[in-house]
Design a protein around this ligand. Structure first.
Ligand SMILES: Cc1ncc(COP(=O)(O)O)c(C=O)c1O
Length: 369
């Protein structure tokens, strides 16, 4: 049986997504007891206490289907964001919404414009779609080159993906840059701004795009509960957009795409203001610490607005990745992002995890000389 022959060409273009290495896998493979995973931009603190409490209660109702309309979460998220409920669409992770957008809009001959290196799912979604991806390299500082992305947009462009701040580089585009880009883009080109790391950003000139939604009906914002809210395992994210787009997304969404525990946990997490502030504060301390230490060790670390940093070590990144694995530290090699950049991406962990990473890099560089 030749299944490939039966398979759509678009699917054959796709290389499967490689997630960060799971802790148990490394423990098994290399017989290591103590492993630190700083590879998937997860939140090491976990969700707030109020979230854990509602999850305990929710477990008693798993025989029932979830509320398909996610009524309470819609209502409370709208209040939290100060937008109309009609603008919100909730997905099984924000990534699900990227797949829906390509399904909804991209026809044969259309194209999708996105940056490289950026979040790999844009490339996967684009290849799976009926259209073609137009890839625009990031600029010298590894930021989205919005001028070149604008030039790449043509009359067959349906979707533009902008990751702000960008994964895996941690860099961001300012309010004035993104504003200029939006002003220059025709209304029939949909611009998706993926703000998965929104709550970690500290830069004062980072765009507050929610305020732009009235002016740009073609603007779609993506946010997630996987990062600062620490609910990556429950898979829940959302978009904020023109209400008409929400109606269309509803047509392609499988029923009950967001499970009941996710809805309850996300709703409860919106009230965990102090906890979320603590996570952002600790993340920023950890990020400064890793950046400073690695810079002192002779690495180039890109300035980051997220819960990870991209670091260029003075040795081959693949070798560094493997050696760090031997020392029980999992990071993410940049090869996973479809580039040959000689860098690794390091997620910010707990204080002791960050220490462990810094010492491992120190040992690595010592032994390399
Ligand atoms: C830019 C970006 N968007 C989306 C996601 C994933 O979001 P979700 O877990 O909501 O699907 C990630 C996760 O790493 C990300 O880096």
């Amino acid at each position: 049986m030749d299944f490939e022959k039966l398979t759509r060409n678009e699917v054959l273009r796709v290389q499967r997504y490689i997630p960060g290495k799971p802790v148990e896998e490394l423990q098994r493979e290399r017989g290591l007891a103590e492993v630190v995973k700083l590879a998937s931009n997860e939140n090491p603190y976990g969700p707030g206490q109020g979230v854990l409490k509602v999850l305990e209660e929710g477990i008693g109702h798993l025989n029932r289907y979830p509320d398909d309309s996610a009524y309470y979460l819609h209502r409370n998220l709208a209040r939290y964001l100060e937008v109309s409920e009609r603008r919100i669409f909730i997905g099984n992770g924000s990534v699900e919404i990227l797949y829906f957008l390509a399904t909804l809009f991209v026809e044969q001959g259309d194209n999708l414009v996105y940056a490289m290196p950026s979040f790999v799912i844009y490339d996967i979604v684009s290849k799976l779609s009926l259209g073609e991806g137009i890839v625009v390299p990031t600029d010298d500082e590894f930021r989205h080159d919005l001028g070149r992305m604008r030039e790449a947009v043509n009359e067959r462009t349906k979707l533009v993906f902008i990751c702000n701040p960008n994964n895996p580089t941690g860099t961001y585009n300012s309010e004035s840059e993104l504003r200029e880009f939006m002003e220059s883009i025709p209304e029939n080109v949909l611009v998706v701004v993926d703000e998965a790391y929104y709550e970690y950003v500290q830069a004062p000139d980072y765009p507050q795009t929610i305020e732009w939604l009235d002016r740009y009906p073609n603007l779609i914002l993506l946010r997630t509960f996987s990062k600062i809210h620490s609910l990556a395992g429950l898979r829940i994210g959302y978009s904020i957009s023109h209400p008409e787009l929400v109606g269309l997304l509803e047509r392609v969404r499988p029923p009950f795409n967001v499970n009941s525990l996710s809805q309850m946990a996300a709703d409860a997490s919106l009230k965990e203001i102090d906890h979320l502030r603590m996570v952002a504060r600790e993340n920023s301390l950890g990020r400064n610490y890793i950046t400073k230490k690695l810079t002192n060790l002779g690495c180039r670390v890109l300035p980051s607005q997220t819960n990870f940093v991209m670091a260029f070590l003075p040795l081959d990144a693949k070798v560094a990745y493997e050696k760090l694995l031997d020392m029980g530290v999992i990071v993410r090699p940049m090869g996973n992002f479809g580039t040959d950049m000689n860098a690794i991406r390091i997620s910010i962990g707990l204080e002791e995890e960050n220490n462990r990473l810094v010492h491992a890099v120190e040992d690595l560089l010592k032994n390399n000389n």
